[in-house]
Design a protein around this ligand. Structure first.
Ligand code: ZN
Length: 218
């Protein structure tokens, strides 16, 4: 995508992830590391090299922070050609900004549930607030843990990546980890006739609108 669209998606990512915003630059570095070191001790998030889902996420958090704060200089193959908007990242990742989003969610819930009672919204919806605060880590924990632990494999990738079909509709195709590790440059994560990657049509629309350009064969 062009540099202009890159900036747009930085801001759009921030608007969607809000309180648990992840820097696209640091995310890209970690994702490339994950592919290079899949399920080895150097993998930033393998369920096979940590005791439980929480220690895995803590390890990922530490590596992410090192990369985010430029304390760890990634190898060139991990950092080449990725977007970088340091000023925006700094503001979007600050505690003040994250707290601001958290407060915004709380106010929104209170207005919908207790003040205006939109569509008879039940008070138990308040229990969704912690998930809302931590959308990024919750999503990461499900994908990184399940996608390398539960499900079936179409390919032997010399790792433990799996396709977790039953959970996948919630993760918009990201749980076809086994397919994705075999064919990392393919935009469509679904391979078999019974698999469907809901993000692929979105990618296609972005391609037809010339917002992104898919490489031939992707
Ligand atoms: Zn993976």
């Amino acid at each position: 995508m062009s540099k202009g669209w890159e900036k747009f998606f930085y801001i759009f990512t921030w608007a969607c992830q809000g309180s648990s915003y992840l820097s696209p630059r640091a995310y890209a570095v970690l994702h490339r590391m994950h592919h290079a070191y899949s399920d080895t001790p150097k993998d930033p998030h393998s369920p096979h090299h940590t005791e439980n889902i929480f220690t895995m996420m803590w390890r990922t958090r530490n590596i992410y922070n090192d990369v985010f704060h430029y304390q760890e200089v990634p190898e060139e193959r991990f950092s080449k050609g990725i977007p970088d908007w340091a000023t925006f990242d700094r503001v979007a990742s600050s505690y003040l900004t994250r707290l601001g989003w958290g407060l915004f969610y709380v106010i929104f819930y209170v207005l919908c549930i207790s003040v205006f009672d939109f569509w008879g919204t039940h008070w138990s919806m308040y229990f969704l607030l912690p998930i809302h605060f931590l959308m990024g880590p919750v999503h990461g924990a499900i994908v990184n843990w399940s996608g390398h632990k539960y499900g079936y494999a179409n390919f032997d990738n010399n790792d433990k990546s799996k396709n977790s079909l039953l959970l996948d509709f919630l993760m918009m195709g990201e749980l076809f980890q086994n397919n994705h590790h075999k064919l990392p440059k393919r935009a469509n994560f679904a391979v078999k006739w019974f698999e469907f990657d809901p993000t692929y049509p979105v990618v296609k629309v972005l391609h037809y609108c010339r917002i992104i350009r898919l490489k031939p064969g992707a």
